[in-house]
Design a protein around this ligand. Structure first.
Ligand code: NAD
Ligand code: UDX
Length: 474
């Protein structure tokens, strides 16, 4: 153990991160920016993604995040590297982050609920086969509680007397504000074993974060608390959105205004004012996946009431998306067949080009099933991605997508001759459009369905629009 003791006590000089996605890329860019003395190499199987991370033109980075290009420009080539040579990065690093995707399983036991851990296991096996020295392996991906046990098993059963310490260091960044969240996080969470070696490994990672984050904001726990805290945080956040969305429906039928209700309850310091924005439904790659995973874990321990409680957050979210689409159909005289409906916003929230689980996908699909002609404009999402999202849903044939979907490059063209507009992402620029001009060029009555409550309803009604805004009575 003396050998082990020494290894984990030493200062980390080289980091590898497996997975150059929405978490691995920005997180490692900030770690490299703040630790110029540490070499950080981010590796991925996806050659195109790595090529884009290395692109000279910073507007071609694979991820759009405010402030990210500046951080990459500062660190890339100095101590931040992007590569497809996974084995080399593993051999060189003393500390390896695993930041690969952990999607919901689409096959076998736990299909539609459990997290698919095949990418995590592949990483563990590759580290076990390739490593030639002891390593600290850090779970950065969001994982079911007790995954560290499986990773440790794989590592220890496959290598030649090497020692591994597994840490859990879940990431709490939100897309659209990732760089700010990483540079100034509410807290960093590190879980590890309670053995002396585990504590030394924790300390090695604490030092990396401590180069820019005050020590009191770096929380250390045991492994299982850390793994479970990540799922819990996402479940609580999503629950707030479903709670306010449930109230939005009640507001619409009672004459209350959901924004006023949110302000009134948010001023109670016990409740707080964040995550109380009623919407067409939450999207993103995390909330649904992580709650389903939590539900699955609870069920697997026989905790059915716990599972049912959290599942309701998803059920309400599905209901919110569905009722938004149904309201459009009902308001347009119960038929949207052949009508032009403009979708403004495809990303799951503003300031990101990520569209995973975006409400826009489901609302559009529901309208396409009614043969509406959908015209989409999003300031950051590219055409192929929008089409890919609908193909991935597996509800519409390619012919149907061709027939019913058009992607526009200009919002005014997108809205021209439309029967209705649906705002599905809260992009700031939507607020500044010349809405009089848009109204003048639409079919009458001109309907607008604001799924994000970003427009001034009174002003829009003065222009002549028939306005439906989430959580407000018509
Ligand atoms: P992502 O899909 O954007 O990126 C994952 C990357 O891992 C992909 O580029 C993929 O090619 C790569 N990869 C998969 N298997 C690999 C392997 N064996 N070797 C090398 N590369 C491999 O995913 P993401 O959004 O960055 O999420 C990663 C993890 O972080 C997930 O567990 C997610 O739940 C969690 N997380 C995501 C967010 C977020 O906002 N997106 C926030 C916090 C936590
Ligand atoms: C979330 C967590 O916030 C983050 O801590 C975790 O690391 C990853 O998952 P993200 O999904 O990127 O982050 O964005 P978030 O800001 O949480 O928004 C998620 C969804 O909820 C979006 O569709 C957003 O529009 C919606 N939302 C959020 C609301 O509808 N109302 C709100 O008040 C807040």
């Amino acid at each position: 153990m003396v050998f082990l003791h020494k290894i984990f006590q030493m200062k980390v000089t080289k980091i590898a991160c497996i997975g150059a996605g929405y978490v691995g890329g920005p997180t490692m860019a900030v770690i490299a920016q703040k630790n110029p003395g540490i070499q950080v190499t981010v590796v991925d199987l996806n050659e195109q993604r790595i090529a884009n991370w290395n692109h000279e033109d910073l507007s071609k980075l694979p991820i759009y995040e405010p402030g990210l290009a500046e951080v990459v420009a500062e660190a890339r080539g100095r101590n931040l590297f992007f590569s497809t040579d996974i084995n080399k990065a593993i051999v060189e690093a003393e500390l390896i982050f695993i930041s690969v995707n952990t999607p919901t399983k689409t096959y076998g036991k736990g299909k539609g609920m459990a997290a698919d851990l095949k990418y995590i296991e592949l990483c563990a096996r590759q580290i076990a086969e390739t490593a030639t020295t002891n390593k600290i392996v850090v779970e950065k991906s969001t994982l079911p509680v007790r995954t560290a046990e499986a990773i440790k098993n794989i590592l220890e059963n496959n290598s030649n007397n090497l020692q591994f310490q597994i840490l859990s260091n879940p990431e709490f960044l939100a897309e659209g504000t990732a760089v700010a969240d990483l540079q100034n996080p509410d807290r960093v969470l590190i879980g590890g074993e309670t053995t002396p070696e585990g504590q030394e490994a924790i300390e090695a990672l604490v030092q990396i974060y401590n180069s820019w984050i005050p020590r009191e904001r770096i929380l250390t726990t045991n492994l299982w608390s850390s793994e479970l805290s990540k799922l819990t945080a996402n479940a609580f956040l999503a629950q707030r959105v479903s709670s306010i969305n449930a109230m939005s429906e009640l507001c619409e039928v009672t004459g209350a205004n959901v924004q006023e209700v949110a302000s009134a309850i948010g001023m109670d310091s016990r409740i707080g004012n964040k995550f109380l924005k009623a919407s067409v439904g939450f999207g993103g790659s995390c909330f649904q996946k992580d709650i389903l995973n939590l539900v699955y874990i609870a069920k697997s321990y026989g905790l059915n009431e716990v599972a049912d409680y959290w599942e309701q957050v998803i059920i309400l979210n599905d209901h919110q998306k569905k009722r938004f689409a149904e309201n459009i159909i009902k308001t347009l005289y119960n038929t949207v067949s052949g009508k032009k409906i403009t979708v403004l916003g495809w990303a799951f929230k503003k300031d990101t080009n990520d569209t995973r689980e975006s409400a826009a996908i489901y609302v559009t699909s529901a309208l396409m099933e009614e043969n509406a002609s959908i015209h989409v404009f999003d300031p950051k999402v590219e055409k192929h991605q929008i089409i890919g999202d609908l193909e991935y849903l597996n509800v519409h044939t390619s012919e149907e997508i061709n027939q019913f979907l058009s992607i526009e490059n200009d919002p005014y063209t997108a809205c021209k001759n439309a029967h209705a507009i649906a705002i599905l992402t809260e992009w700031d620029e939507f607020k500044t459009y010349d809405w009089q001009k848009i109204y003048d060029n639409m079919m009458k009555p001109a309907f607008i369905f604001d799924g994000r409550d970003i427009l001034d309803v009174n002003k829009m009604r003065e222009i002549g629009f028939v306005v439906y805004s989430i959580g407000k009575s018509v």
